[in-house]
Structure formats: C-alpha cells, structure tokens
Design a protein around this ligand. Structure first.
Ligand code: THG
Length: 291
C-alpha cells in the first residue's frame, strides 16, 4: 500500500488534517492581488473590506484553508502581509496559508499568525531552501515545496520528482518531517503547452508513490487563455484528485470546481454515505429557491 501521510495545520480555533483518505481540502485562492485589479487597488488604498468579504465567501463556499497573498508592487510587504493576515484572522476561524516569496515578510507574518501555518512556499533553489526551511522549523509550520530549482521548472515528471526529493531530504536534515511538506508539481498553462496538465498529473502520481506526501496545486493556472475555463478546471481538478492531489489552491466560488471536488471525493470513496454531496446539493437548492 502506498504511504499516506497526514499534514496538520491549524488556527487558534480550528485544526485541519490533510490526508488522502479524507475529503479534499480546498485552499481558497482569492485573497491575492495578482491578476485582480480591484483587490490591488483596495490594498493600495489600505482598504481591507474586500479581503474580509472574500474570506467570508470562500469559507461559506467550502474552503477549509485560505491562501493569503499581499504582493502589491511598490508596497512594504512586511507591513501589508501582516495587516491582511490579521484581517483574515479577525474575520474567519480557518487555518491560513501564507503566500509570499519574501523571507522577511514571511517571518513577520509567522510572528503574527496564531496556530500552525502552511507556508507557501519553498522551492529547490539553494537560496530558497536556506532562507525558508529554518523558518518552517523555528515556527513549527508546514510548507509547500514547489517542483522547481536553480534550473527553472523541469519539463519532465522524473525531473520534478527529483526536485521534490531534494526538498524533502533537505527539510529532513533540519528535522522537518515529510508530513510537514506539501508538494506542488506545478501546473503550467495548457495554452502554451498542451501536455502541461498530463505532466502535472504524472508528476503527482510518481511523487505520491515515492514519498506519500500531500499534494497541492494552483489548479486554475492550467486553463489560462482557453475558452470555457470552468470545464477544464473542474475536469482537471477531479482527475488530479484521482492522481493524488489532496489540497488544491483554487476558487471555491467557481461552482463547477466546487462540485467537481465533491464528486471526485465520493468517487474516491471519501464521502461516507454521500453526506457532503447531499448537503451541498441541498444548499444549492436552498440558494436557488431564495434567489
Ligand atoms: N502554487 C502555489 N501557490 C500559488 C499558485 C500555485 N499561489 C498563487 C496562484 N498560483 C494561485 N492563486 C491564484 C489567485 C488568483 C488568481 C489565480 C490564481 C486569479 N484568478 C482570476 C483569473 O484566473 O483570471 C481572476 C480573479 C477574479 O475572479 O477576479 O487571478 O500555482 N503553491
């Protein structure tokens, strides 16, 4: 049987366990100004109301963890990320995923965060591992490891597997166990390379077989530039769950995606008596009746 590690993350009030035998854990992607002009403008103006609304809406739509990214060009990320993180902590109870490329902003955020955070992310570059992994250890966090290194994003599944192994091994040397590493195979854009989705799924299968770690992925990147993106996103996410994806970073407000995750879970035998599926169906009916 393949190994099946459990990654635990928490807020001050809620603990979430990520495990291949349990329901898929959606990490809500929307608190992120990249590609979202309205949120960028609001954050530049010091207005956190949109952050609050996005936090509430994503949790209501089924997100179990929220990704928090405050990368605003020209802003002091150390200050802004802390403010956005505090806003989200004051608004919802779910654990948070701290999304930043800046080690100083990350450490400031970790000092503010109450609970066991998921750090997004480290990668296989020497510089990244040296800066991020000691913080993972010091703050007792879990971390997302991206399958890329000094040579960029490898084209093949075997080379991405090798980068995942390098990150897991280096973390192990610092006393960070593989249960605290969540690997991201990296979903590139199909529009640029039609094999991008297949390579990501093959990478997931190989990493799970070898290491048994949990797997995340920015699962809506895949369809950039394509028409009818929601059908690609929902199909790709369901297939990736079969391959071993356990905690996608995605938009739970996209109904097709949220439904595909629930359908994948029951298809994988992870929704006992179909309770989650039926509950979500009733909620959709109720919302429809009210509109
Ligand atoms: N892996 C990891 N972390 C990640 C990514 C990943 N973090 C960032 C990103 N990729 C995932 N998050 C987002 C957030 C916002 C958007 C896309 C991915 C986004 N969405 C809409 C769009 O697609 O055009 C626009 C938003 C809107 O509805 O207004 O821009 O791969 N580890």
């Amino acid at each position: 049987m393949r190994k099946n590690l459990t990654t635990v993350v928490s807020s001050s009030k809620v603990t979430v366990e990520i495990n291949r035998e349990k329901a898929t854990v959606i990490i809500g992607e929307r608190i992120n100004p990249t590609g979202r002009k309205k949120m960028l403008k609001a954050l530049q103006a010091g207005d956190f109301e949109m952050v609050r609304q996005d936090a509430l809406a994503q949790v209501a739509a089924g997100a179990k963890i929220l990704d928090v990214n405050a990368g605003v060009p020209g802003a002091d990320e150390e200050v802004l990320l802390k403010q956005v993180l505090q806003t989200v902590m004051d608004t919802v109870d779910v654990p948070l995923c701290i999304d930043t490329a800046d080690p100083l902003a990350l450490e400031a955020a970790l000092k503010t965060y109450q609970g066991k955070a998921l750090i997004n992310s480290v990668n296989g570059e020497e510089r990244s591992m040296e800066a991020i992994l000691p913080l993972v250890k010091e703050y007792g966090a879990a971390v997302i490891g991206l399958c890329m290194d000094d040579d960029g994003i490898p084209a093949t599944d075997d080379d991405r597997l090798r980068v995942a192994g390098k990150i897991i091994e280096r973390a192990g040397k610092l006393g960070i166990g593989p249960e605290n590493i969540v690997i991201d195979p990296l979903a590139l854009t199909m529009g640029a390379d039609h094999t991008a989705g297949f390579v990501a799924m093959q990478t997931i299968e190989k990493i799970v077989a070898e290491f048994g770690v949990n797997i995340t992925m920015g699962a809506s990147n895949i369809s950039f530039g394509m028409p009818d993106r929601k059908f690609i996103n929902s199909t790709f996410i369901a297939m990736s769950i079969h391959a071993g994806l356990t905690c996608p970073i995605t938009n739970p407000l996209e109904e097709a995606v949220a439904i595909a995750v629930l359908a994948a879970d029951i298809s994988m035998g992870r929704d006992e008596y179909g309770m989650a599926w039926i509950k979500a169906y009733r909620e959709r009916q109720k919302a429809q009746a009210e509109s």
